[in-house]
Design a protein. Structure first.
Length: 142
């Protein structure tokens, strides 16, 4: 992504004993770093049930339902819904057997700022149930 390696990188571990709102607040605390040119990245998959992966055509309906809900929530800036996705989103407990799988996303949402909305910049499916949806957050939405 940066072949000149001219950007600093610092790893932040998720805290599995904390909740999504905690990680969202970590992102908010990191938000001022954007003004100093720091890129904040949260990595993972939009769906993450590795036991459900199959070499089968199409996409599992539960994965599609969760992924569509997540996209709709992110692009409309409904971060509180995403922070509470395990109770608000369809098929959340199938799509993410453990809630900490989405904590990196919550850090990125918090860092983006309250007025930012996400933009889907890449999407593909793998193994019938694994969504590789990538979002960019712009603190000054278009």
């Amino acid at each position: 992504m940066y072949p000149e390696a001219d950007i600093s990188v610092c790893q932040l571990s998720v805290q599995i004993k904390k909740d999504g709102t905690h990680h969202f607040n970590i992102g908010k605390a990191l938000s001022p770093l954007k003004e100093k040119g720091v890129l904040i990245v949260g990595s993972g998959s939009a769906t993450h049930n590795l036991r459900a992966l199959r070499d089968a055509p199409g996409v599992a309906s539960w994965a599609m339902d969760f992924d569509s809900w997540l996209k709709e929530s992110l692009v409309n800036g409904r971060y509180e819904d995403v922070n509470n996705c395990m109770t608000k989103a369809p098929c959340a407990k199938i799509a993410h057997p453990y809630p900490d799988y989405l904590y990196p996303l919550r850090v990125a949402m918090g860092a983006a700022g309250g007025n930012a909305k996400a933009e889907l910049i890449h999407h593909r499916w793998s193994k019938h149930a694994l969504s590789y949806a990538s979002y960019k957050f712009d603190s000054q939405p278009k």
